[in-house]
Design a protein around this ligand. Structure first.
Ligand code: CMP
Length: 464
């Protein structure tokens, strides 16, 4: 089979080639490590990260907000490489401050490379881990793992696909393996003449920029969302109407939609005065950051550089921004209106885009629609992350955010509320739009899971 025969070309459980490790620039929120190390809220709000921007104004804002930066905006990197369009020798003051902080660096010198490599905490950890992986007896297991992975990938379109087992079988490289496979399955690699090396390099970067310490918002969640997105894209209503370009953007949005998530919610970032909250004016703070990270990694990998896709970044952004759960009612109301009026036309690009946004939302919060064996694991993970945020808030004398107090909230209570008020309304409309056996199955799982969470005999800790 073509798909499987291509996988061993770049074995995922062997050290990554040097050109992949030789990463440029970085984006890291840095909050996750701070949280798990337990600094004060003031320290938290002073944690630094970086995103890439296009204009000098944004660079000034960036530097002012961050003070010392942990990462280099992409346009600054370009200037250091001498590709800037300003007069030769022109160095804006903000860049001077930045370069001073980096220390004396000669372009191309080893010093610069090591700076670059150190810029992202997440990538540093990951690449060290990959470099240090011992060769030898471990590779005896490769055959076993590869066979298991191939068998699992044959069933990647199944709604009961066990993403947890898949991640173990791929040695924690589930995101790279699964998404690479899906690009091949959908024919995107061939159709868009994507360079497999660049594709893999992009996916390795994406995987590395998720915070594996987060119980929920990590690369496994992104992989799960991507697998769900694939299942939805195969539904007749979408498969027969979406363009290949739509599918490409949908897959990229799914895999990047929570990039560099710090494991705390927007409310926490706003209350601690985090620089990203200021940068994005307290509105869709995390989603805006995920989007900018995605654009930065796309640019860095050069994966789509050869494609004349208009408004690529904006379209990707509007899919990622649609995952802002606080905006759910707005999207749902528009979708519902179209369904009520029966005027949703997949020939209309704006309607198609709304459907893609709703698809992205469904993929993002579909975990309660999975079979209990999988769904309950996501419930435990998301609650663990909420409660961890609550613990940090308590530790620093802050008011505990809703759903984050392990003493007064419970997993069962949170799940029941989330299913009733958020997931079910969305999936009921989705089922009106795409009335397939998968949609009915998802609603059936949702009901079963709700019944289990609300059955006091199974969850005695549920608050009255
Ligand atoms: N099983 C779940 N239980 C409760 N909340 C959830 C669950 N799954 C997803 N969420 C929430 O839905 C949100 C969707 O956007 P985020 O990924 O930012 O954060 C997610 C969680 O806050």
């Amino acid at each position: 089979m073509e798909v499987c025969s291509q996988l061993p070309v770049l074995p995922l459980d062997r050290p990554v080639p040097q050109h992949v490790l030789r990463r440029r620039g970085a984006i890291s929120l840095g909050t996750s490590s701070a949280l798990f190390g337990g600094p004060s809220p003031r320290q938290l709000c002073k944690r630094r990260g970086g995103v890439s921007y296009n204009s000098a104004d944004q660079a000034v804002l960036y530097l002012h907000l961050l003070g010392k930066c942990r990462s280099t905006p992409s346009h600054l990197r370009r200037r250091r490489r001498g590709k800037h369009t300003q007069a030769p020798g022109f160095v804006p003051s903000c860049v001077k401050i930045f370069l001073q902080w980096l220390g004396p660096v000669r372009p191309g010198a080893r010093g610069l490379k090591s700076h670059r490599r150190r810029l992202s905490f997440q990538r540093g950890l990951k690449s060290r881990h990959l470099r240090q992986r011992p060769s030898g007896p471990q590779h005896l297991l490769d055959q076993v793992y590869n066979c298991q992975v191939k068998c699992m990938l044959d069933k990647v379109d199944s709604w009961d696909f066990d993403i947890f087992m898949f991640d173990r079988a791929t040695n924690g490289n589930g995101l790279v393996t699964l998404t690479f496979h899906l690009f091949l399955q959908l024919g995107l690699t061939r159709l868009f003449r994507l360079d497999p090396i660049k594709l893999r390099s992009f996916l390795v970067m994406v995987q590395a920029d998720y915070h594996q310490r987060n119980p929920y918002h990590n690369s496994l969640h992104a992989t799960d969302v991507t697998q769900a997105m694939y299942c939805f894209l195969r539904q007749p209503k979408l498969a027969t109407t979406l363009s290949s370009c739509d599918m490409l953007l949908a897959l990229v949005a799914a895999v990047t939609h929570d990039l560099d998530h710090p494991g705390v919610n927007q409310g926490f970032l706003v209350r601690t005065g985090h620089h990203l909250a200021a940068l994005y004016k307290n509105s869709s703070v995390l989603e805006s950051h995920h989007w900018r990270c995605a654009v930065s990694l796309l640019r860095e990998s050069g994966l789509l550089d050869h494609l004349p896709i208009t408004d690529r970044s904006e379209r990707l952004g509007s899919l990622i921004l649609a995952t802002d759960i606080s905006q759910q009612n707005r999207y749902l109301a528009r979708f519902r209106e179209h369904l009520d009026r029966e005027d949703l036309s997949m020939a209309d690009p704006s309607h198609r885009h709304l459907v893609l946004q709703i698809t992205m939302k469904c993929a993002d919060i579909c975990n309660p629609c999975r079979v209990w064996r999988l769904s309950s694991q996501w419930s435990s993970r998301v609650t663990a992350e909420f409660f961890h945020q609550g613990d940090v808030e308590k530790k620093h004398g802050m008011a505990v955010s809703p759903l984050c107090d392990r003493l007064s909230d419970s997993t069962a209570h949170i799940q029941a509320g989330f299913i009733r008020h958020v997931v079910e309304p969305l999936f009921r409309e989705w089922c009106r739009f795409s009335c397939t056996s998968l949609s009915h199955r998802m609603l059936a799982h949702l009901q079963t899971n709700l019944d289990r969470w609300t059955d006091p005999s199974q969850h005695p800790e549920t608050p009255p």
